[in-house]
Ligand binder design. Structure first.
Ligand code: SAM
Length: 277
């Protein structure tokens, strides 16, 4: 128990995305020193702790108990306990639980210290061969086909490399949607990163969909990257195109015009005038 008024520290610890050698020296030390390890799935984290020879109390912290667990963990931090938060793999909070806890800790003046490690998004990007100067990470695309296509429509003219997480049983359908919405665009499927069957597939969305369809099954974990649009300059010039892209994605006309005005830092009147021409 800490002295009155002295809180513990919340460490946000990155862990391997497959290859256990990817744990950092610092991450192993912090996990060994923490009073408590909050993990998504305690069984998964026990495998890592066993590999590191660490025995520590663990507590589950996942999307279904995040709300009530946050209060409990905050109380323990305020009593001076040091807590390490990990997810099943990679960097906590990146398409993983932890947001509530970090936000609440920061709001209460509890030190939140990141201990960086791998993340599938950055790992895939670094070896994809696609431009890395500007990229946009969007987590998982919607599982429902209609919503997924609309999401892709909205991203079609993005002038940054797009990075997503995707489930193996959806990858073919998603690639087919990308081909339909974005056309011949370079795509990279990064599968089983850092593991024995690591694989990078590069080509057009249509070609990769055909390649994966020809396999008996697609297994493993997948990060999907899409090359940036090669026509941003043209789109940028046309207010009408920008409004119409949003409308095709289901955004009502007035809302689309407001959004375009906001994004371009111009008045709504200018957008209306352009649309009336
Ligand atoms: N927080 C994690 C991170 O920083 O990488 C991501 C968690 S998210 C719930 C899990 C998804 O990440 C998987 O469904 C997959 O799309 C992607 N992913 C995780 N490990 C991967 C790997 N070894 N190879 C490719 N993609 C991976």
């Amino acid at each position: 128990m800490a002295a009155r008024g002295i809180t513990g520290t919340l460490y946000i610890v990155g862990t391997p995305i497959g290859n256990l050698e990817d744990i950092t020296v610092r991450a192993a030390r912090i996990l060994g020193e923490a009073g408590l390890i909050a993990c998504e799935d305690t069984r998964q984290t026990h495998k890592l702790l066993e590999h590191l020879g660490i025995r520590k109390p663990t507590v589950s912290y996942h999307e279904h108990n995040e709300a009530e667990r946050t209060a409990d963990l905050i109380a323990r931090l305020e009593q001076g306990e040091t807590i390490a938060l990990v997810s099943d793999a990679g960097t906590p909070l990146v398409s993983d639980p932890g947001y509530r806890l970090v936000r609440e800790a920061a709001a209460r003046g509890i030190p939140v210290v990141p201990v960086p490690g791998p993340s599938a998004a950055i790992t895939a990007l670094s070896a994809s061969g696609l431009p890395t100067d500007s990229f946009r990470f969007d987590g998982f695309l919607p599982a429902k086909p209609g919503q997924r296509r609309r999401a892709l429509e909205l991203l079609r003219d993005e002038s940054a490399t797009l990075v997503f997480y995707e489930a193996p049983h959806r990858i073919v359908a998603t690639l087919e949607d990308i081909a339909a919405v974005m056309g011949e665009r370079e795509v990279v499927v990064a599968r089983e990163l850092t593991k024995i069957h690591e694989e990078f597939l590069r080509g057009s969305a249509g070609a990769l969909a055909a390649e994966l369809k020809s396999r008996t099954a697609v297994k493993g974990e997948i990060t999907l990257l899409i090359a940036k649009s090669d026509r941003p300059a043209e789109i940028e010039g046309s207010i009408r195109d920008a409004v119409e892209v949003l409308q095709r994605a289901g955004v009502p006309r007035m809302d689309a015009m407001k959004q375009v005005a906001r994004e371009r830092g111009i008045s709504k009147r200018e957008v209306y005038a352009e649309m009336e021409k």
